[in-house]
Design a protein around this ligand. Structure first.
Ligand code: S3P
Length: 198
């Protein structure tokens, strides 16, 4: 996995736990027909359950593993959903500058239904813990975001459509041009192959 070089992610989703980063990210990636990476999933696949990493090695160790996963994910031309605290890392903050960064927000009332019985280690204290976490990060989240979407009440499919449109509108990005050219090239080869088969 490459962890150096330019950031190639087409869209980066940030925000508090329970804001819908994973669910929306999957939908948006489908709309944009590109890959989806959830950095928490990558960490779990490589190192085991997050709760266990916190318990056995502490939060600082988790953040080191998280930065590795984030650095790799951001170098893929995909929709990337970051764990809620990934933005605390200074290198990740630098990576996010100038990118399509969507902040997802959610009200405490709406998130209450989503995080009940949750295993996330920083949410053991329920909604009060969640609210304190969000409040302590609010300014940071806002400073890194290029656009903000609230997921408390609107249908996720509608929000996903809006975000995908926003990403698509920026056709001047070199990555977009590169990706479009690659897609056209593949389509030309495929149609040529079909013609030959006929
Ligand atoms: C965390 C959020 C979690 C996960 C870990 C720490 C945080 O990700 O990375 O439990 O510090 O906010 P989600 O935001 O996907 O729940």
């Amino acid at each position: 996995m490459t962890t150096a070089g330019p950031v190639r992610a087409r869209l980066i989703l940030i925000g508090a736990p329970g804001a819908g980063k994973t669910r929306l990210g999957k939908r948006i990636a489908r709309l944009l027909r590109i890959g989806f990476v959830d950095t928490d999933k990558r960490i779990v696949a490589e190192h085991g359950p997050i709760a266990q990493i916190f318990e056995e090695h502490g939060e600082a160790h988790f953040r080191t593993l998280e930065r590795e996963a984030v650095a790799g994910a951001l170098r893929e031309a995909a929709v990337v959903s970051l764990g809620g605290g990934a933005v605390l890392d200074a290198d990740t903050q630098a990576d996010l500058a100038g990118q399509h960064v969507a902040l997802l927000t959610v009200s405490a009332e709406a998130v209450a239904a989503r995080i009940g019985g949750d295993k996330r280690p920083l949410l053991k204290g329920g909604i009060p813990a969640w609210s304190a976490l969000v409040e302590s990060r609010r300014e940071l989240y806002e400073s890194l975001a290029s656009r903000v979407w609230d997921t408390s009440t609107r249908a996720l499919d509608d929000i996903a459509g809006d975000i995908a449109d926003w990403v698509r509108q920026d056709t001047t990005s070199p990555d977009t041009v590169e990706a479009d050219a690659a897609k056209e090239h593949t389509a030309r080869i495929e149609s040529g192959q079909k013609e030959q088969q006929q």
